[in-house]
Design a protein around this ligand. Structure first.
Ligand SMILES: [Zn+2]
Length: 102
């Protein structure tokens, strides 16, 4: 996911702890029906998240300062790549369906 989409820094009190973020990812993973091998938070230069072919998800640690809705969008996007590796029609439909349910 590209960083150009949004970058609104939140006040410090709105930063979510990384463990809370990781449990958000796990809740979504269960809902979507995927099992990420590992969830990591790192400083990434030009993206919000990436997903390796072996199921490891890496999120930009800046995401902890983003609003809940934005975190959900990034999480759903990345988790769905464990099902659909591209950004085709099916991918976009699934993103829509899951975000509408959450
Ligand atoms: Zn993507």
């Amino acid at each position: 996911m590209n960083t150009r989409r949004r970058k609104v820094a939140q006040p410090l009190e709105h930063v979510v702890p990384s463990q809370v973020f990781k449990s958000e990812v796990m809740v979504w993973a269960r809902r979507i029906g995927v099992e990420p091998k590992e969830i990591r938070l790192r400083q990434l230069k030009n993206k919000w998240a990436s997903c390796s072919s072996n199921g490891r998800l890496t999120f930009n640690s800046e995401i902890l300062r983003q609003p809940a809705r934005f975190r959900a969008e990034a999480i759903v996007h990345e988790l769905l790549h464990l099902k659909v590796p591209n950004h085709g029609k099916l991918f976009k439909e699934l993103v829509k369906v899951f975000l509408a349910s959450g």
